[in-house]
Design a protein around this ligand. Structure first.
Ligand code: NAD
Length: 364
């Protein structure tokens, strides 16, 4: 049976790493009907929006999607399509594992962490009012009237929202993931000492949910301390669950522990389906150079295979990637001891090397 999967190649380095990912996924022997959909800045002139309805409809129909990164203009311009996709499809759980593969240059060894990031609320609510706008004025008046607090008149305002519903489902997701994957501990990461109502609520709900999982250890950590602890004693942690913005930052930190963004995969999972994508962005400076590391997106493909129940293909593909990395020959520049190594493989050549390995690995 062939799986119907939406493929959003993305922009920047997205096109190249998506092509390598598509080829290695097909080389596992699993069959796919790719429903290729374009989104982002490049489709703006044609559709007047970076996220046309037909892209969302495709994901709703297929229930499984894999995407390359999409560029978001900084400060001004359209809002992130990546965030909008997760919101529109209510893909509330952003699962970002960080695992050391042998042969990767890193200051750390044997890292095995999983960040579970809430994807639909927190600082990413998208409720914002620009400096000088009538909306920001109305917000300020309300704050003064109801809370007796004065906001500097030349301010902009972003609203952070945290709900019981959103917190409960993400913490449950983290515990269910821990149980299903035989992990020992879940740590809730927050800033409840300062944001007593929002992060305080997240922590309170996390403590309640933890009682439903007596077989799994539970702890909590303030986010700034979490950064230091992860750098100094990462072995003390296992599954980490946290609100949106902290998850975005901590997952990049964890990627740094295992050798960089080039090897950090991710999944966005909800009730309606799942969208798989690397943690990294579109790295525009490498666009069109066939130079970027396809591993993060290929490992996102491994996560997709597991989600589809293709455990054997997932294990074979992960092993093929691990062997290519361990040998250290056909890897991209970022996985070489010297990043200027002229023998570094291109994006497509690393994909080819993984396909050759796959052909030799019979059963996972
Ligand atoms: P980035 O992740 O694109 O790049 C950060 C650094 O990591 C750069 O030095 C880059 O060269 C390197 N890097 C990233 N991926 C790599 C790979 N596969 N191989 C080798 N090196 C790699 O982050 P940025 O520069 O902050 O963002 C660029 C754009 O990507 C922005 O528009 C941002 O909004 C967008 N972005 C998109 C997503 C997404 O699509 N989910 C995620 C993050 C950022």
């Amino acid at each position: 049976m062939a799986y119907n999967v939406t493929l959003i190649p993305g922009d920047g380095i997205g096109t190249e790493i998506s092509e390598a990912t598509r080829r290695v996924l097909e080389a596992t022997g699993v069959e796919f009907n790719w429903d290729v959909q374009q989104a982002g800045e490049e489709v703006m002139p044609q559709y007047g929006t970076p996220m046309p309805d037909h892209v969302l409809d495709s994901i709703r129909r297929n229930k499984v999607a894999i995407k390359g990164p999409l560029t978001t203009p900084i400060g001004t311009g359209f809002r992130s399509v990546n965030v909008a996709l997760r919101m529109a499809l209510d893909l509330y759980a952003n699962l970002r594992p960080a695992k050391t593969y042998r042969g990767i240059q890193s200051r750390y060894q044997a890292i095995d962490l999983v960040v579970v990031r809430e994807n639909t609320e927190g600082m990413y609510s998208g409720i914002e009012a620009a400096e000088g706008s009538p909306e920001v004025q109305a917000f300020m008046e309300l704050i003064q009237e109801r809370l007796g607090r004065k906001v500097r008149p030349d301010s902009a305002i972003s609203v952070k929202t945290i709900s019981i519903t959103g917190s409960r489902r993400i913490v449950k997701f983290a515990f269910d993931y821990a149980r299903a994957n035989k992990r020992r501990k879940v740590t809730a990461v927050h800033k409840a000492n300062i944001m007593k109502f929002t992060d305080g609520l997240f922590l309170e709900v996390a403590r309640e949910v933890a009682k439903e999982y007596p077989d799994i250890e539970f702890g909590d950590l303030i986010v700034d301390n979490c950064c230091m602890q992860l750098v100094q004693k990462p072995e003390l942690y296992d599954v980490l669950v946290m609100p949106n913005l902290y998850g975005d930052i901590i997952s990049d930190l964890c990627a740094g522990l295992v050798g960089g963004l080039g090897v950090a995969p991710g999944a966005n999972i909800g009730e309606m389906g799942a969208l798989f994508e690397p943690v990294h962005g579109s790295a525009p400076k490498y666009k069109g150079m066939n130079k970027a590391n396809p591993t993060a997106m290929i490992l996102s493909g491994v996560m997709m295979l597991r989600y589809l129940g293709e455990m054997d293909a997932a294990a074979r593909l992960e092993r093929a990637v691990a062997e290519v990395i361990a040998e250290g020959k056909d890897v991209t520049y970022d996985l070489k001891p010297d990043r200027n190594d002229p023998t570094a493989a291109s994006t497509s050549a690393m994909g080819d090397a993984i396909i050759r390995k796959l052909e030799k690995i019979k059963v996972g």
